[in-house]
Design a protein around this ligand. Sequence first.
Ligand code: LIP
Length: 299
Amino acid sequence: TPSDLRDILSFTTALARAAGELILEGSDAILASGTVDEKKNSVDLVTEYDVRVEELVKDTLGKSYPLFKFIGEESYAAGSRPALTDEPTFCVDPIDGTTNFVHGFPHVCISIGLIYQKVPVLGVVYNPFLDQLYTGVKGQGAYLIRKNGALRIQLPLAKPTHLASLSKGLLGIEWGSDRSGPIIEAKGESFKRLAGDPKAGVEKGQMAHSLRSLGSAALNFCMVAQGGLDLYWEIGCWPWDVCAGIVIAQEAGGFISGSKTSPLNNIASDDVLAGRKHIVVRAIGDSETEKGVDAQKRL
Ligand code: LIP
């Protein structure tokens, strides 16, 4: 119920702040020691703090919500891979932006999402480095909470005239952790087109104002929610990357699309696009926006 969700929101918000403390402590330790491990390849990084933060979050949630299921990035890597069911399920990325974390680039967050009946219904994203706490609850709005107060975030509903097309946008893109030849070539082509399509004629202004890579999927969604990014597009997201951010962006009035419509339908990787609806439509085409498309073919 809405009141259950409000209770879970206060609980997960306090938990995100506690996790944030551990992330800050971990940052000092990791920058001093340089102890970083690789998962699938040399750009897919993990540290002992990814695991420690996930343990803290998983144990704390487990004590207060013993009947809820849990999907987490590090538990998944360790082999705990529960199927997504209709049961309430927490979906957690303990450190989203691990590469930033190990380099001391302060776009790093803990991302706690809740899925009910296979739909993301609650999201808490906290960046302890910049004191940015974003929350979203289905039907109850999205907020940015900082030391000096809470701000409801809501994208303007009207079509802004300054963004008549993708070409005038500030677009969030990510390099991801799969840098194999065909993937990086396809992405590179798309990025090149967005940065200045040679066929459209750069001189005619057919290019995005610029591209940004924040290095954290969750914070990309939050930046869309806040209006700082006009579009966020990534290929290869996992449920814990997107769950909380989807709720925050949607509750701020954003629109989400992807190759499976809901990235959570597929426990493996997926494409995701988030932005104001007319911008997502412009990116991938009217007829295909609702059902979702292979974003790589379009952008
Ligand atoms: C990362 C994302 C980042 C994306 C990477 C990865 P991690 O999560 O948030 O935006 O490009 O593929 O999923 O590994 O830092 O939790």
